[in-house]
Every structure is written in structure tokens, then in C-alpha cells.
Design a protein around this ligand. Sequence first.
Ligand code: SF4
Ligand code: SF4
Length: 132
Amino acid sequence: MPLLRGHHLICLHFFNGEGYDKAFIKNLMHTLSLAEKEIITVSSGADNVCAGCCHLKQDKCRYAENAEESIRQMDAKALMLLGLSYNDQIEWDTLQNRIPEIFSEWVSSYCRECSWRGVCAKDTFYRKLSVK
Ligand code: SF4
Ligand code: SF4
């Protein structure tokens, strides 16, 4: 059963095959394929995507200084927007149907400053929501 943290419940909808390295991408693709067919459980911290990430050290995100705190705040905001709490269970399609409603707030809160924006902006779903 896939375990996903708050911001991944949003950002993964725009995954387009790019990531930190080959191992990360492979693990993310596997996690995503599970998430699309099995019930997802909301994680309170590091999840199945983080498990394949070179920035995860001792179960904490070390992407940058203070990354763990800022990522947890991002997760909390994502869950608030999606109306979810830790340990909730949800299907991928249900999540995807909620993305259009929360997209503009997510973009103004996080995407504008995100180093992955150029990657997400290539995604068809992201582009479709951006022109609304
Ligand atoms: S460890 Fe940090 S950078 Fe890596 S996937 Fe998790 S949240 Fe993202
Ligand atoms: S631009 Fe960044 S914050 Fe926005 S959806 Fe993409 S990865 Fe997530």
C-alpha cells in the first residue's frame, strides 16, 4: 500500500519523468504506479518517494538547510487544501479530481519559488490548469 506525504499528493500529479537521479526516478515511477491502483495512505513524514531519494538522511529531508521543517510545512498546507489528515486513505483519482480546485493557491504558495517549476510546466495537466 503506497505511503505518500502531503506535498507529494499534489506534486506527483505533474511528474513527467524527471528527478534527482536514475534511482530516484525509477522508485518514483514504481510508487506512482502503485498509487494509481492501490489505496494511498497519507504519511506524516518521509514516504515511499523519499525512500528512494539521495536527500533523505536518517528519515529526514536534507535537501537544503532547514528542509525538513519547510517540507513539513508544505505537507501541512497540502493536506489542509486537500482536506486530508495523517493516516487518511484515499484513491489517486479522488485526489486528482481535487487538484483543479486547489491549484491556484498551490501555485501562489509554492510553485512560483520552486526549482522544479520548469519541469512541472512541461506537464500537460499542469499546463491545462495554468491557463484556467
Ligand atoms: S527526501 Fe526531501 S527532497 Fe527527497 S523526495 Fe523526500 S521531500 Fe523530496
Ligand atoms: S512546481 Fe514545485 S511545488 Fe509546484 S507542483 Fe511542481 S514540484 Fe510541486
